[in-house]
Design a protein around this ligand. Sequence first.
Ligand SMILES: Nc1ncnc2c1ncn2[C@@H]1O[C@H](COP(=O)(O)OP(=O)(O)OP(=O)(O)O)[C@@H](O)[C@H]1O
Ligand SMILES: [Mg+2]
Length: 425
Amino acid sequence: MRAMNASDNYMTVPEENINYIAAMDIGSNKISLSIGQTLDGRFDALLGVVHHQCQGITSGRITNLEAVTATIRKLLCEAIEIIGFSVTEVFVGITDPEIAVHRNTAMVAVAGDSITSEDIADVLEAAETAMPLRENEAILHVIPEQFLVNGHPVDDPVGRSGVRLDVETTVLTVPRSSIVNVDRVCRAAGLTVRDIFFSPLGTLQAVTHPRQRQLGVLLLDIGAGTTDVVMMEGDRLRYCDVVPIGGQSFTESLANGLRCLREEAETIKIKCGMASPAYLNNPDLAVDSSLLCGSAPVTYGQVSHILESRISEILHIALNRLHYAGIGLTAPHSIVITGGTAQLNGLRAFIQELIELPVEVGFANLPAGMFDLARQPVFSSSVGLVMYASTHDQGHSPRMTVQMTEKKNNNVFKKLADFFGGFFD
Ligand SMILES: Nc1ncnc2c1ncn2[C@@H]1O[C@H](COP(=O)(O)OP(=O)(O)OP(=O)(O)O)[C@@H](O)[C@H]1O
Ligand SMILES: [Mg+2]
């Protein structure tokens, strides 16, 4: 099969319908910049992802502005060198342990004969303005859940006649400082922030299917410093949470418990996982001593015991909070795990056994083949953000804030694969 790239589309699609979009995911371990192509305002193709590890983020929050700015500058250079795009405006995805979910309603009087998109914008703005906020709390999303025309629920009010338009919304807020810091680092790196999103909303779009979202799906994006929890049911957002624990704490617990270096613990985590076949057959089996550079022998049983206790802790916190929010998990609900830590050997089966619901590892919904590297769970949020930004672009500057710097390079995916290569060694 011939590899596809964006230049193929130029043969058949008028250029004015094509736009490019850049999204940056700020994670506790890495910052990634994804470039996507939209066609008639819909996500059409992923053109590339560049990423760098960054020390300046703790549990999803920017804690070192200089380190993050320097990483973003590197990514902008690599976007030019590797993907062939110069970026001046981005959508940014964040998570924050203080994410809060509010329900709110608002109403506007309809001036004209029928409801227009301006009326929709007005009622959503009214919902945003009416939202009582704590000091240092800022609104990240106002998500319309239900519109009512003259008191009657309707799916799409545009074009309906009525005198009164109501909306029920879900409002997501984060500390204002989180948003200010994103803006600061982007400006310092020469970027304009087009919009900021709660990153798991993009991940959800990338790794789940409409049917799953109708039936009810709990997404766990288990990254390095956070576990993002989002629940959709009946195609509505029911729940959001961020547990400030992720795979970094697995590594730290292994380093402490096994009395080894952090680097050794990271290698053991990735190579041995929590329930490798060797361990299942014989928990006393020693882990390959070359992974430990001279420390005392370690068994698969010890490794798995430590990892199981950390993942149980995350699940305990996440599910308890879900329970206190009044949300039960029962069939036909399903669970999707993604993020770098979802790649932990044996994790899916462990969670499935514990929760007794179907659990799957979420891969970004991209065509297989050349996108395989970007489909890895570690990039779900990077890919998801560019998809989400494509469909939730409220901006007014239509195109060319992300510009191709050269005529499309046929080898872009080869270059990308080379670039990703080191990451997955
Ligand atoms: N094969 C693997 N097995 C276990 N853990 C892995 C594997 N590959 C990556 N990880 C872990 O995934 C984590 C990084 O995940 P990810 O890139 O999703 O985090 P992030 O988005 O930067 O951070 P966060 O979303 O928590 O803010 C690291 O802790 C890393 O050790
Ligand atoms: Mg992440």
